[in-house]
Write a protein that binds this ligand. Structure first.
Ligand SMILES: [Zn+2]
Length: 365
């Protein structure tokens, strides 16, 4: 048989042998996204035998799994939060590294959400599905930039999946903060920011804007912030608020978990200006409700333009939309001729949500 004949024969192999139905590769189940042919779950919400985890936020990275595969940073963050025995065994995987698991191949790509965050490409025969976890396409000096990964099916979050959500440039929000600090030298500025990712990003953005005074930290942020520094993220001089005299905090900036900015802890600051760095700050009513004097629209999630541009960039013909405001994004995809559906996954939230103010710093879920 010459080459030509062989090629013709190959073409006679029906599609269903090389192509798999996406839902046979990844399927939403009670514990999260299940990959049966690979024998694992992605970001499981219940303890499972083998977990593949996108990033360190506690609604995605939970303790108690048999084996965990994630980036080194995500594993380290889980260890910091849950202790050494957070899983039976762990395996680190780098961005761009390929691994065969059962009948599928997986590959991690940067998600631009927080340090170590990853999208997970799952390929089986000729079909590739990308589970992006949480992501943002906006620049962030504290983590590897988001990478659009060509795929057949793209699983996208939809935290800010409405056209009203346009975050704008984070640098402009930092300017607003610095203008307020200059305007009120006798007051302290207290910036509520989620302690994994957002706080470090705000600090790095302040440094990028030329602010080189010491930045103060609530004690709950120290461990993770020091961890960022240990991974080479330069954050300048950081000090703990603890032990500082009230008068000495005039004119300073302090980063604190959102819950702390509304409790008695704030009494140690001179006439504090309360700020909150979150995508939800686009909604004025939410800022008012939370008693936020200085709303800063800084998000670690893609906004409407980011979500739609990313879907375009992946070239995916099918889109599964999860955690957040699914309907508008599903509608946008359908209008473009893409197959799209909401994915009924429960147990994922948004670390940015202003409800965290009331619920406590670790109730990000
Ligand atoms: Zn997250």
């Amino acid at each position: 048989m010459d080459g030509k004949t062989r090629k013709t024969r190959m073409n006679l192999i029906p599609d269903y042998i090389t192509k798999m139905r996406p839902q046979d590769i990844l399927m939403p189940v009670a514990a999260g996204l299940c990959c049966k042919p690979g024998g694992f779950h992605i970001d499981p919400t219940r303890p499972v035998e083998r977990a593949v985890i996108t990033h360190g936020h506690s609604d995605h990275a939970r303790p108690g799994h048999g084996a965990v595969l994630a980036t080194q940073e995500t594993l380290d963050m889980m260890r910091l939060r849950y202790g050494d025995n957070f899983a039976g065994s762990t395996q680190a995987i780098a961005y761009g590294e390929e691994l065969k698991l059962g009948d599928v191949t997986i590959k991690f790509h940067p998600a631009g959400h927080v340090l170590g965050s990853a999208q997970i490409a799952v390929s089986c025969r000729d079909t590739c599905i990308v589970a992006s976890g949480d992501y943002k396409d906006a620049p962030d000096p504290t983590c590897a930039p988001f990478e659009a990964v060509p795929c057949d099916v793209f699983i996208t979050e939809a935290t800010f999946g409405l056209p009203v959500f346009r975050h704008g440039a984070a640098a402009d929000q930092i300017k607003k903060l610095l203008a307020s600090v200059a305007l009120f030298p006798e007051r302290a500025h207290l910036v509520g920011a989620y302690s994994l990712g957002k706080a470090q990003r705000v600090i790095a953005l302040l440094r990028d804007a030329g602010y080189d005074a010491p930045i103060y930290l609530h004690g709950a942020m120290e461990k993770i912030t020091r961890y960022y520094e240990s991974r080479g993220v330069a954050l300048g001089e950081l000090r703990l608020v603890k032990g500082m005299k009230k008068a000495d905090l005039a004119g300073t900036i302090t980063l604190a978990p959102p819950s702390a900015t509304s409790d008695v802890w704030t009494r140690r600051f001179p006439d504090p200006v309360t700020a909150f760095a979150s995508g939800w700050m686009r909604v004025r009513a939410r800022a008012r409700q939370g008693g936020i004097e200085l709303p800063l629209v800084i998000s670690d999630h893609a906004d409407w333009d980011g979500l739609t541009a990313t879907i375009d960039a992946t070239g995916a013909g099918e889109v599964w939309v999860t955690h957040g405001q699914e309907d508008a994004l599903v509608h946008w995809c359908t209008a473009k001729g893409l197959a799209a559906r909401p994915l009924d996954l429960v147990g994922y939230g948004d670390e940015d949500a202003i409800d965290a103010v009331a619920a406590g710093e670790d109730a990000e879920a």
